[in-house]
Design a protein around this ligand. Structure first.
Ligand code: FE2
Length: 181
């Protein structure tokens, strides 16, 4: 049976309170290139500012959205302080191809002064270095200028045919399980 589904998850559109500040952050800290930036109302059906940014060849991987008529308030940066409000997203993530790339990106992020709110951490309950959580990857979490939480990671596990997780170096992580194959 053919499973009908989208090919992959792609961009995220992120609401930001200060477009200039956020464009600078994503360009300087995470290396995005600016594809195009548009004012609110340029297209009558779109009453918000839109900026399209890319990491590779595709037109955009990230869209920044700003409503010039909206009053923005700041967001709690610690989950334990975020106790009331609308349901929103928790974090989004960037994958690095190798652990060396990941460490280099982390060094760049730290050099740019972006707040590091968690990590570096190994997400594993099998690896002796692990934090007891899931996915067999290494990660660090930073905040963008609005307090949006961003994960930068490498070496996420794959799911083997029997549901055992397979680490990035090909090892079976015995004891791991998968809810649905
Ligand atoms: Fe994550």
């Amino acid at each position: 049976m053919t499973t009908i589904k989208p090919a992959r998850m792609q961009h995220i559109a992120l609401e930001v309170s200060d477009m200039d500040k956020s464009i600078a952050f994503y360009r300087e800290v995470l290396g995005f290139k600016l594809t195009e930036r548009h004012s609110a109302g340029e297209v009558p059906a779109i009453p918000v500012e839109l900026t399209f940014l890319r990491l590779g060849e595709q037109h955009h991987d990230l869209v920044l959205v700003h409503n010039p008529k909206k009053t923005y308030r700041s967001k709690p940066t610690r989950p334990e302080d975020d106790l009331e409000g609308i349901a929103s997203f928790h974090h989004f993530a960037f994958e690095c191809d190798t652990r060396e790339d990941w460490m280099a990106v982390f060094d760049k992020v730290a050099a740019n002064g972006a707040p590091v709110v968690r990590g570096p951490v190994v997400h594993s309950f099998v690896d002796p270095r692990g934090d007891g959580s899931w996915g067999e990857n290494e990660a660090v979490y930073i905040l963008d200028p609005d307090g949006h939480r961003i994960e930068i990671f490498c070496n996420l596990a794959n799911i083997g045919s029997d549901g055992t997780h397979i680490s990035a170096d090909g090892a079976r992580m015995e004891g791991t399980t998968t809810a649905e194959l």
